[in-house]
Design a protein around this ligand. Sequence first.
Ligand code: 3HC
Ligand code: NAI
Length: 725
Amino acid sequence: MQTSHSEKIHSILETAFMTPSSATDPALVQHQLRGNVLVVTIDHAPVNALNAAVRRGLIDAIEAADGNASVRAVLIVGAGRNFIAGADIREFGKPAVPPSLPDVCNRIEACSKPVVAAIHGAALGGGLEVALASHYRIAFEGAKLGLPEVQLGLLPGAGGTQRTPRLIGAQAALSLMLSGRHVGAQEALRTGLVDRVGHSDDVLTEGLAYAHELIATRAAPRRTRSAPGLADKEASTAAIAAARADTQKKARGLLSPLKIVDCVEAALNLPFDEGLQFERAQFLECRESPQRAGLVHAFFAEREAQKAPETRDARARALHAVGVIGGGTMGAGIAVALLDAGFIVTMIERDDASLARGRAHVEKVYDGLIAKGRLNDEAKARAMQRFSGDTSYDALADADLVIEAVFEDMAVKKAVFAELDRVCKQGAVLATNTSYLDIDELAASISRPQDVLGLHFFSPANIMKLLEIVVPARVAAEVVATGFELAKKLKKVAVRAGVCDGFIGNRMLAVYRAAADHLMEDGASPYQIDRAVRDFGFPMGPYQVIDLAGGDIGWAARKRRAASRDPNARYVRIGDELCERGWFGQKTGRGFYRYEDGARIGKPDSEVEAIIDAERARAGITLRTFDDAQIVRRYLAAMINEGANIVHEGIALRPLDVDATLMHGFGFPRHRGGPMHYADSVGLDRVLADIREFAQEDPLFWRASPLIERLVASGKNFASLNQAA
Ligand code: 3HC
Ligand code: NAI
């Protein structure tokens, strides 16, 4: 549908009688008289975002409609694949250029001729607000309508908070605006957001037919500001109160959700124009907030991260059949992620018993979803039809990609790769899910290092969004491009990483966890540290995460590294002490917290505090107190400093890749934009001053990254590095 619509619109734009709507940027909005309907086409690739020229063009088009007696109706359409994706996010943070979007919407609504919005693809944020200001709406199958501003730290600021509840009622409007979710054409029709659903693939013809129908029935402009959706005051008041109570519980320090509720309350209690003014004031406050800046940075960071140089220079190989080696925690999760994306999956395990366990792990994931009502038995059966298992590597002869997830042991992995080298067809991509091991060494152990790639998933692999694409020295560009293509199919956020111990995410984790351990040994309790980190916006503190993942995993890694550890480096033994007692966290009922009767939320444990005290005494520590802000400063400074080292060494391409990694794999609060964006927002010079201050106590651990020193010396920030790929 989209191509044909887009071709048609472009062919119209090439015909005569075209009027450029704006002297400054004539191509972005065109209007053309088709009989007695003025067709207004927004043509601002890639998503018809409402930048200043588009806003101006829309006003000019409506002025033209009002000023031309032969125009009996106006039809607004989008060129390309979307109606309008919203305000131009790239304009936020820059000086505002008139006309404002609220003015544009008001002008559309005031038009004296009926205005129809014909919606295909995305009508989001300001895009939906343009449609709501129009008098009639038709949405086509495949359309995505929504007010996702909340995900950018904003609220609908062009009348959306005032018009939506008037059109579809307070409850439905609040649900749309607080979730930011997209609804399809049918749901939009059911809730009253649109008047009809278009079924053809010809948006223009069907939109014109609707406009002609309105002309024929002498339909008048129908202004949403006068719609009766808030007529039942009691029901609206109750919906607002319920939304406020729920939002207060869930908003976790976010500014815009409660303001959305306030705006809907204003819609209920104030005349329309006063409600608009109220909305505007709230919108501007959000737009200027650091939360908006963080969330918009997150939006662009996760898109930019997908643009690795190899994806520009090479074409991905075709992927259909995938092999997974190992059916443990990761192998099973990876298999589910692949099955969910429609791949044919063959799992290889060591023996029949392990294979049966691997299959059971996969089924358990689906059964969990069925128990939660998110999946039915048929869907599980359909997915499992594409799953098979084997104990012989020969079953991988036709695989286009194999992902290895066996024990974290170089000898075991080399043996697996030798088998893959033997059985896999030429051109198959051979990937490892190793967390820490040297992939260059692994690649060099077989005859086709150009096909070896790191695909580092995060647990649970079917849920976590992050996929580190680890690029060894000898890999072919098209293999890297295939990794990015796979991530797209799995709907994951891919981040390119170089080979080093821990790649981007785990390498940083090791450092900021060490900073937390130092704080703990110096006097802060793990419970205070967790609370401070949660209050900053992480969903969990570091010790809760250890208890969830299992303390034994880190313990094993520490033991593996013991021989190579710098004997002068500070080493906190508290975690080892707990593990030696078999306290691995939730799975053993005890870790840093106690989990009574299978509880998932732990309680502080006085015995753990006694162990910490004993370790402090053993290490001869002079106890200190830290307030929560001091804890966060150290925790973040360690994270930022290691992130800078990672960029400095070229392990991450840009600071934004570090941000995307921490946000999607490690729970870094999105509204703070990732550690590197956060560092810019507090000031890199302040971060450097902190590191230098902490270095006075422990100069080995706190060594300022050369990148931070260079940036501060030249008055630059991390953002200045985000342009270069
Ligand atoms: N402004 C500027 N650029 C935008 C944009 C926007 N609103 N929406 C998307 N883009 C850009 C992307 O950055 C990307 O640029 P790139 O090619 O240089 O990387 C390009 O458009 C394509 O975007 P996607 O890769 O995301 O393409 P998809 O086809 O996967 O998705 C989409 C399209 C569903 C429209 C998705 O881009 C999206 O969700 N966009 C954001 C929508 C949104 O949040 N709108 C509300 C804006 S705030 C607002 O309107 C305020 C108002 O109330 C006053
Ligand atoms: P696990 O111990 O749960 O599973 C490993 C599986 O591999 C077992 O089922 C075992 O039977 C199988 N296996 C071992 N040798 C094999 C062989 N030669 N052939 C076939 N199968 C074999 O381990 P887990 O946690 O799934 O980790 C696997 C890999 O993923 C490791 O490299 C680990 O570092 C990495 N990883 C782990 C994460 C986690 O959170 N657990 C996160 C990201 C990566």
